[in-house]
Design a protein around this ligand. Structure first.
Ligand SMILES: [Zn+2]
Length: 121
């Protein structure tokens, strides 16, 4: 995921994290169809492909991740506007500082909640 963010920089990268019961088992790298350094979007076709794969392995969508090549790891106005899945966490990887920072959020129209990320070895 980090690798993906660095590879796509200075453009934003995006992808889907899938798994079971909020535990991520697999990351799908998607193409940022905006090819933009300040926003991202995933094409419906790519999303359908990932949903099919997840179905096959009976996984569900746990989070959507994207990178902020130049800004802090906090949802931008666009991110809030485009948060279509309120039950799915948004993970943001910031490359602003030398050491990348990763944060997870629950974004709804009313509020943004910071979530814990636990790394399970
Ligand atoms: Zn963003």
């Amino acid at each position: 995921m980090l690798d993906h963010a660095k590879r796509e920089s200075p453009l934003e990268c995006c992808g889907i994290l899938s798994g079971k019961e909020k535990i991520v088992q697999k990351a799908f790298e998607l193409k940022n169809s905006e090819e933009s350094p300040v926003q991202y979007s995933m094409s419906p076709r790519d999303q359908v492909k990932v949903f099919e794969e997840m179905e096959k392995e009976s996984m569900e969508m746990v989070a959507i991740y994207h990178s902020h090549p130049h800004t802090i790891p906090f949802p931008s106005e666009t991110d809030v506007k485009l948060a279509f899945y309120p039950d799915v966490s948004s993970v943001i990887i910031s490359l602003k500082e030398e050491d990348p920072v990763m944060k997870a959020f629950q974004i709804s129209k009313e509020a943004i909640y910071l979530e814990e990320i636990e790394v399970i070895p």
